[in-house]
Design a protein around this ligand. Structure first.
Ligand code: DCP
Ligand code: MG
Length: 242
């Protein structure tokens, strides 16, 4: 259906309790279904908070957030989890095995599906190199795997879960440029054209995005494609140069 995975923010303002200034200020934007929206901006700009608002980790003081027309505030936890999935900026692994961690979002996934997700997430080789492969034990917090491996397992986990909307919070910046490019090239097919939101640090990660939102101090200060922003946004030009 054409309206699968459309997200709309209208006049969303959010501040942490007790803080003087909001960290998201009057944010309005539409994430078109099936398209890739990128969010870029300096550290502390409010990128992670924007994603967390979609997942209702916090509720805004003003404005509304809808997915496919339904306010997220009216969805149950289950409906929300079915609709939107996140690879967090600091991915977390649970005590268990690689397989149990990948199946966290969908317990019925087959081994073939796990390997396919790992292939896309560029994690196939390192899992194959483990003595027990998918059955390799993982400790709580994932201390037995490297940070980059943890990130790829977390990406694979979301691919296994198959939400309508994929959120990637800075999930590619730890990867080398070639791996980053391979992963993103494989993503559209793996997500079957689902809506994708990518928070990124490197401009090279997002040049192909259908829409880029430039965030500064909680405000959307630029929006458009890479070429449009190069022509219109001083902040974006600054990010490109840095
Ligand atoms: N903030 C806060 N309390 C929290 C989380 C964040 O007070 N529990 C503040 C810190 C920042 C602002 O909110 O001033 C926005 O934080 P984000 O985590 O959204 O910032 P970014 O994700 O944009 O930064 P980074 O690129 O470092 O991840
Ligand atoms: Mg962040």
């Amino acid at each position: 259906t054409p309206e699968r995975g459309r997200i709309e923010f209208s006049g969303v303002t959010f501040g942490f309790p007790g803080a003087e200034t909001p960290v998201v200020k009057d944010a309005s934007f539409v994430v078109e279904p099936g398209k890739t929206t990128a969010i870029i901006g300096s550290t502390g700009a409010g990128k992670t908070v924007l994603l967390n608002l979609m997942l209702r980790l916090y509720d805004p003081q003003q404005g509304t957030i809808t997915i496919d027309g339904a306010p997220v505030s009216q969805l149950t936890r289950e409906q929300l989890a079915d609709a939107i999935g996140l690879v967090p900026q600091r991915p977390y692994l649970f005590a268990g095995t690689i397989a149990s961690n990948l199946r966290f979002g969908r317990s019925g996934a087959t081994e073939e599906e796990l390997w396919e997700a790992l292939r896309v997430a560029q994690g196939e080789d390192f899992v194959k190199a483990k003595e027990l492969g998918l059955d390799e034990p993982v400790s709580q917090g994932g201390t037995s795997v490297s940070g980059g491996q943890r990130q790829r397992l977390s990406i694979a986990r979301l691919l296994v879960a198959r939400p309508k909307v994929y959120l990637f919070d800075d999930s590619f910046s730890a990867l080398d440029v070639a791996t980053d490019a391979r992963l993103r090239a494989a993503l559209p097919e793996a997500t079957q054209g689902a809506t994708t939101i990518i928070v990124a640090q490197r401009v090279s990660t997002i040049t192909e995005a259908d829409q880029i939102l430039v965030i500064e101090a909680g405000e959307i200060v630029g929006r458009g494609t890479h070429d449009e922003l190069l022509a219109s946004s001083d902040v974006y030009q600054e990010i490109v140069r840095s």
